[in-house]
Write a protein that binds this ligand. Structure first.
Ligand SMILES: [Zn+2]
Length: 281
């Protein structure tokens, strides 16, 4: 029965691939349903990155901080399964605690999340997780799964200047911002990201700490990251197990508490906007 079901599923998969298209996930080697070719990834990312920035408060106006975030991301990207892509790691001036990826190598992290992190290895953990989503083309797969294809094709048509095009673009931006990946994709992004961290010489414990920080924050208020990501409970468990069984001598790898403090926290603390308007005397 199970065999029969599997056979039916694989025949369905094969037919789906024949009629629509499939892509091989470089992390797992599995074929996945994909409605559009890899060459479109960069075009989609390039088109929607400015929209996502606009929706999320724009870039943090500090070139040194941006260069630092990007340099950590580039170290991760260079050891990934798709090192040839042009990656962009951008810090957004938004108070939410969030990180997201667009197809083609556009990766964002919010100021709210940066403020909660404490080390470079934790930042590398978030960027490595998002890089894995890009490598596995999870955004593209999720879009295909979400049956957003009609909207997507319409939005890809060069109609951005027309009012209708602008509406579609705004809609698609919201789709990107609220996109949920499957639990399987998330697990693969966690474990794939963990691998990239170690290859880039970062202590993988940073990813576990990030989950703990987010979990702690989530007890105070629902945080945005978990509106699109699974809860961290079992993620901490499988990440800890992977670190113990797959990697040795992790203590020698970089944590970077001081680097993170001077490159990120110092700037964010000094440029905190006052919570209330100053009272006139
Ligand atoms: Zn994710």
């Amino acid at each position: 029965m199970i065999m029969h079901k599997k056979l039916t599923l694989s025949i369905f998969g094969l037919l789906a691939c024949l009629f629509t298209g499939c892509a091989v996930n470089p992390i797992t080697g599995e074929e996945e349903l994909m409605f559009y070719p890899e060459t479109k990834d960069v075009a989609i990312g390039r088109k929607y990155a400015p929209e996502v920035e606009k929706h999320m408060g724009g870039k943090i106006a500090n070139e040194t901080l941006q260069a630092y975030i990007d340099s950590i991301g580039q170290k991760i990207a260079r050891v990934s399964h798709r090192p040839d892509l042009e990656y962009h790691f951008v810090a957004l001036d938004h108070k939410s605690l969030n990180a997201l990826a667009l197809p083609g190598g556009y990766i964002f992290i919010t100021k709210g999340l940066l403020e909660k992190l404490e080390t470079e290895a934790q930042l590398a953990g978030i960027l490595a997780h998002e890089t894995s989503h890009v490598v596995a083309r999870d955004t593209s797969v999720a879009l295909s799964r979400a049956q957003a294809m009609d909207l997507f094709v319409a939005a890809m048509a060069v109609s951005g200047a027309t009012p209708a095009g602008a509406v579609k673009m705004a809609h698609l931006t919201r789709v990107f911002l609220g996109l949920r990946y499957s639990r399987k994709d998330e697990r693969e992004a966690d474990l794939g990201g963990l691998d990239y961290m170690v290859r880039a010489r970062y202590n993988p414990q940073g990813m576990v700490e990030t989950m703990q920080i987010l979990q702690e924050e989530d007890t105070r208020r629902p945080i945005e990251f978990f509106s699109t990501h699974p809860s961290p409970h079992n993620r901490i468990a499988y990440l800890t197990e992977a670190i113990q069984t797959k990697y040795s001598r992790v203590a020698r790898l970089k944590v970077g508490e001081e680097d993170y403090r001077s490159a990120v926290l110092q700037y964010l603390t000094n440029n905190k906007k006052p919570k209330t308007a100053p009272v006139e005397p």
